[in-house]
Every structure is written in C-alpha cells, then in structure tokens.
Write a protein that binds this ligand. Sequence first.
Ligand code: UT7
Length: 329
Amino acid sequence: MAQIRAAITAVEGFLPDYILTNDELSKMVDTNDEWIMTRIGIKERRILKEEGKGPSDMGAVVVNNIIKKKNISPSDIELIICCTVTPDMLFPATANIIADKCDIRNGFGFDLNAGCSGFINGLTTAAKYIESGFVKKAIVVGSEKMSVIVDYQDRATCPIFGDGAAAVLLEATEDGNGFIDAILCADGVGREYLHQKAGGSIKPPTHQTIDNREHYIYQEGQAVFKWAVTKMADATEELMKRNNLVADDIAYLLPHQANLRIINATGNRLGLDPNKVLVNIEKYGNTTSATIPLLLWENQDKFKKGDNLILTAFGAGFTWGAIWIKWAI
Ligand code: UT7
C-alpha cells in the first residue's frame, strides 16, 4: 500500500492595506531608508490598523478563501492550527476563533507558538496527524499582528516587523508528493536574546511594566543574527544530506524573511542559484509565522508538481528547522 502523505492543495494569503514605509518610520525614530535597506533589506511593511481587528480576522479571510476556492464545506476541516506569537487573546486559542468565524464546527484546533519557526512546526504537526490517518483535511494558518508588540521608539527593532496572514490546506495523498521530511530544533538558551518581558504569568501587566515598555519585543539583534545565519543553513544541509539531495535537486528555497543578509548567506552556503531563493522581505518585512506561507502563496504559479521545495526558519526560543516537501498541485 502506498504511503499516506500530507499534500498542500491550496494556499491563500492576506496583507492589510496600510503600508508603513521607511520614510514614515524615519519620522518616528532616528533611521533612514538607506540604513534599513542595507542592513535589513526592507522597503515597507503592512500594518493592520483597523481597531478591534486581530490575527483571527486576517486568518478567517484566508481560511474562508481556501474553503471557497476548493469548494469544500467548513465541516470537512477536521483540524486547524494557528501559528502565532500575537494571538487575539491569551485564551481561547485564535485557531478556535478563526474556526468560529469560518463556521468550522466539526473539527478541533489549537495555537502553536514557536516564534518565527511557527509555520514549519505547524505544518509538520498537521502533516503527522494526516499521515497517521487521524484527520484527512487540516488547515495551518500563520497570522500575526506584530505591530502591537513592536516598540516604535526602538529603532533597532521597529523596521523589521509587519502584519499579515497566510494559510495552507493539507489533504491526504498517496501519489508520492507532499510533506516528506523535516528537521525541527529548539534551544531555550536563546530566550534571553529575543522575548517579551511582561504580560505572561511570571510578570503580569502592571502600570509599571507598561511605563517600562516591557510589553514590546526585546531583541539583541546581533546575537539573534549569528544564530539565524548558521542554524537555518545547518538544518537545511542536514535535511538534504540525509535525503541525498544536492543543490540541483532543489526547485526553490523558501527561507523565513527576517533579514536579507541572513537569507542571502543561507542561499550561498547551500550553493543555490539566487533565483531559487524566494524573497519578499522588501515588501512585507518579517511577518513571523506568516512569512513562509506568504512566500508559498505569492510564488505558487512558479511551482510544478513534484518540485522539491525546502522551507526553513529561525526564531524566538530559539527555534529553527527545515522541511522538504514535494509540490503536489
Ligand atoms: O525573526 C526573528 C529573528 N530575528 C532576526 O533574525 C533578526 C536578526 N538580527 C538582525 O537582523 C540585525 O542584527 C538587526 C537588523 C536587528 C540590526 O542590524 P545590525 O547590523 O546587527 O546592527 P547593530 O545592532 O550592530 O547596530 C549597528 C549600528 C549601531 O550604531 P553604532 O553603535 O555603530 O553607532 C546602531 O545604533 O546601527 C545603529 N542602528 C541604526 N541606525 C539607523 C540600529 N538600528 C538603526 C536604525 N537606523 N534603524
């Protein structure tokens, strides 16, 4: 009997309308377009401005679009995983709110927080549910409203992040395509370099934590940079080696979009033609869990059935890893 694999059979994305340019940022902090473009590679990012709207609203748009496009019933979806570090609320899970907004009532779901590696962890988790036969159709969403945790007084961090969402539908297939293999890693030693100081249970919100700006992202950029630049390439190299893949076998690399210098260094170390390394950081910045599904969404017309795609990410935790999928549509 052929092995059951999880195939991506639809991808949708959503970006808020508001465009925050480098020029506008330069009016908020002491920075400029030239510094941001040379050090990070971001020209603009999208911001979800509408009051009362959150990741579940962006997530519901993409999930509803998948349901419409595939002409399936919401009740066909058995599992929904929402990868996010900016949930609508601490509880209930944003996945459950998206499910409600999309009339998905026959399934189960949960949020997954693995920093910027959220999507690759979510995709692997959903794929394993499908491979085991436990579910037949699953949705993995990456949805982030990073603008609420970005300190627009911190010039080293505020240019990096943006808002957005994207999702994939996974279905069982026996044609040999789909999710093949993954290497996922985490090392909590990295938490000191990238975290949010207050708002959790060890430091609940108080007037003082707000005055101290402790609800915003704290990042020691250089330390994160050093780890990211090594670990995404390490994980991808190991994944390729254990599957006997060489650079020519790879159709495209879809790296997490945090810094163009990290993306280029990763592609170079793997010996990949730069045309095979997909990039959209200039337009959207780092949308955390949404970067990789947004890349899938924007580039899906380039992919051919059977193409080898490598997805790789690095983020808070630290978390990192790489996934090999064979494009199935
Ligand atoms: O997705 C989650 C994972 N996150 C990442 O992967 C982020 C990894 N880190 C980075 O991308 C980079 O470290 C940053 C983009 C955060 C910072 O770039 P950098 O090249 O590491 O800059 P730096 O922190 O070493 O700062 C260099 C200089 C400093 O000035 P001095 O001390 O040399 O005078 C900073 O004050 O650049 C200054 N600087 C800025 N100048 C203009 C920092 N931010 C800015 C700014 N505009 N926005």
